[in-house]
Ligand binder design. Structure first.
Ligand code: ADP
Ligand code: MG
Length: 266
């Protein structure tokens, strides 16, 4: 049985005067423990799809199944990390993480919650920064706090919407490696749906890449590099170049369609 399944999901954004058809009959599933990326050009419907998976949005038609059961609305089994760090600015790192834990664990006392928060901050490399406020941290560090907060809530499914899209190139590498390393450990292994428009990131992290264009998934690409993965080991392989070319080719196709000519060269 799939961990996540979308059946014929369509979504219309409706306001007073307009209906905008944003997802058109999406069908895909994700296995337990699988890392699936959704990649595609801006505006193709990636965040809307993640909104459906998180339960923050409900489909206009079709349905979302989790563990084979129809799912409506949000739930403790899913955690979301957005591109913008969404931390509470008036809370320290530790408070931001413990706030998340408190929502779900009324069996723990404050000391246990604090210990757990510190443990997750350590996992993401933020030991020593427990009492800093978000404004005292770099963008990359703030995103680590957001990841720690989500992991500390121990969701079975992790949904990430361009989580490294706003950090600089160096921190992006550090965060990708951190994610690879964290997920290699059994206790933190999750089912993950990860939205990105970065081809290298998608190949490095994923078991499978879903290419989305114009409200639909149009292609599925399997990435079967063995784990644990190291970027330096896979980047120079012929298999990597082929995968990269294939996905870049899909992006070229989108550009050509949008401009409407064969003359486009990137
Ligand atoms: P992506 O994440 O791939 O960039 P989105 O899922 O955010 O794309 O958006 C898909 C389409 O839906 C876009 O054309 C966007 O303008 C439109 N859209 C997104 N959110 C809303 C909204 N709240 N109301 C109306 N249209 C929206
Ligand atoms: Mg988006």
């Amino acid at each position: 049985m799939s961990k996540i399944q979308l059946n014929n999901v369509s979504l219309d954004y409706i306001d007073d005067t307009n209906v905008f058809h944003a997802l058109d009959n999406l069908n895909f599933s994700v296995k337990e423990g699988e890392f699936v990326s959704i990649i595609g050009a801006s505006g193709c419907g990636k965040s809307t799809t993640l909104g459906i998976l998180s339960g923050l949005r409900n489909p206009t038609s079709g349905n979302l199944l989790i563990d084979g059961k129809k799912s409506i609305g949000t739930g403790k089994n899913r955690g979301v990390v957005f591109q913008h760090y969404s931390l509470f600015p008036w809370m320290t790192s530790k408070k931001n993480v413990s706030f998340g834990i408190k929502q779900l664990r009324d069996d723990l006392c404050q000391r246990e919650i604090d210990e757990m928060a510190n443990g997750y901050l350590k996992k993401v490399g933020l030991e020593g920064f427990e009492n800093k406020y978000p404004y005292q941290l770099s963008g990359g560090m703030q995103q680590r706090v957001a990841i720690a907060r989500t992991l500390a809530m121990q969701p079975e499914i992790l949904l990430m919407d361009e989580p490294f899209g706003a950090v600089d190139a160096k921190n992006k590498i550090i965060l990708q490696d951190l994610l690879l390393e964290l997920l290699q450990k059994d206790e933190d292994r999750k089912t993950i749906v990860f939205v990105t428009h970065d081809v290298d990131e998608a190949i490095l992290l994923s078991d499978r890449v879903l290419f989305m264009n114009n409200k639909k998934i149009v292609e599925e690409i399997l990435i079967d590099f063995e784990r644990p993965r190291q970027r330096t080991k896979i980047f120079n392989t012929a298999e990597y170049s082929e995968l990269r070319q294939k996905i870049m080719g899909l992006f070229y196709q989108v550009v050509k369609e949008n401009i409407g000519g064969d003359e486009v060269v990137i």
